[in-house]
Write a protein that binds this ligand. Structure first.
Ligand code: NAD
Length: 335
């Protein structure tokens, strides 16, 4: 049997990282049929859009995609491909694990956080406008449906992955109606898991301070869109930054796995970008497909190679290329 997966190489460093990730995923011995779909800068000229319909159709068909980063052209009038995919496929949960790894120098050794961000509404719903020449407003949308859906995702994730606690993050002391509804929705869902998964809530500013001071106190965090965007980068910073931070966008019928970082155009084609984040996103994909043992092997291989420190990319202080790092990880997987 072979898994059908849509592969979007992306822009900048994306194609090199996609090749590295394919090599590692195939080293598990699982079979994949990759449906390669170009999107981004290259297709703007050829097809008039960075997100041709065929890309969305491919993901609808396969249900699973690995995506390299895509350059968002500033001021071109094109909608971000990432936002377009999220909306077209209703990828409502953005999941970003942040876990310390030996060999990646950071301030902490024991961070193990899962950030679950609501991906469809809040201030990112895109309802904003100018009010005359000197003012603008943006509307924050929070619904019980989306808030309960993301809270349930966070609790189910906790149950499936043996986690002990979910923390809801909000600013309900000030935004009593919108964030108040988010918090109330989380509390309602939490009641269904009482006795199995602990629940608490934190105000977002306090949460940021606590994460910087004592990240080991936290486990799974669930947040509305904007706070989730910001706090997940903070969490990535706690464990070594963009080069090592994986992510997943999950919906009912499709899931897209991608690194947190962007297309880093200045490093494109130089065989020096760190593929760790996309490889670990590939491991998240394996987990999503139910291939837990293979996911564990890929994660352990990445950790082992980073911990040894002999083969590491320039962003982590080494001199290995993207391809050398991927080969070292693939060798470990098969060892
Ligand atoms: P970026 O993440 O591309 O790069 C920021 C810096 O981080 C780089 O200069 C580089 O030093 C470092 N970096 C990032 N990834 C790395 C890796 N794998 N290995 C080594 N170093 C790495 O962010 P940016 O410069 O703000 O954005 C560049 C483009 O990417 C923009 O067009 C932006 O819109 C787009 N972007 C896309 C996505 C996505 O597709 N998911 C996400 C973020 C940004």
């Amino acid at each position: 049997m072979s898994y059908d997966v849509t592969l979007i190489p992306g822009d900048g460093i994306g194609p090199e990282l996609a090749d590295a990730t394919v090599q590692v995923l195939e080293s598990t011995g699982l079979a994949f049929t990759w449906d390669r779909q170009q999107a981004g800068e290259a297709t703007i000229e050829a097809e008039g859009t960075p997100l041709p319909d065929r890309v969305v159709e491919s993901i609808r068909r396969t249900g699973t995609a690995i995506k390299g980063p895509i350059t968002t052209p500033v001021g071109s009038g094109f909608r971000s491909v990432n936002v377009g995919l999220r909306q077209a496929l209703d990828l409502y949960a953005n999941v970003r694990p942040a876990r310390s790894m030996a060999g990646v120098e950071t301030r902490y050794e024991d961070v193990d956080l899962i950030i679950v961000r609501e991906n469809t509404e809040d201030l990112y719903a895109g309802i904003e406008h100018r009010v005359g020449p000197d003012a603008a407003e943006s509307i924050k949308i929070i619904t019980r449906f989306a808030s309960q859906r993301i809270a349930r995702y966070a609790f189910e994730y906790a149950v499936r992955n043996g986690r002990r606690k979910v923390t809801a993050v909000h600013k309900a002391n000030i935004m009593k109606l919108t964030d108040g509804l988010f918090l109330e929705s989380c509390q309602q869902v939490a009641a269904e898991y009482e006795g199995r998964i602990a629940f608490e809530d934190r105000i977002v500013d306090n949460m940021c301070m606590q994460l910087v001071q004592k990240p080991d106190l936290y486990d799974v965090l669930v947040l509305p869109n904007l706070y989730g965007d910001i706090v997940s980068d903070l969490a990535a910073g706690l464990v070594g930054g963009l080069g090592v931070a994986p992510g997943a966008n999950i919906g009912e019928h499709a899931a897209v796995f991608e690194a947190v970082h962007g297309s880093a155009p200045k490093y494109a084609g130089q065989n020096r970008a760190n593929p760790t984040a996309l490889i670990l996103s590939g491991a998240l994909m394996l987990r999503h497909l139910g291939e837990t043992a293979a996911a564990d092997r890929v994660e352990s291989a990445v950790r082992a190679v980073l911990a040894e420190g002999r083969v590491s990319t320039p962003d982590l202080g080494g001199s290995a290329g993207t391809r050398e790092f991927a080969a070292a990880v693939a060798d470990r997987v098969t060892a």
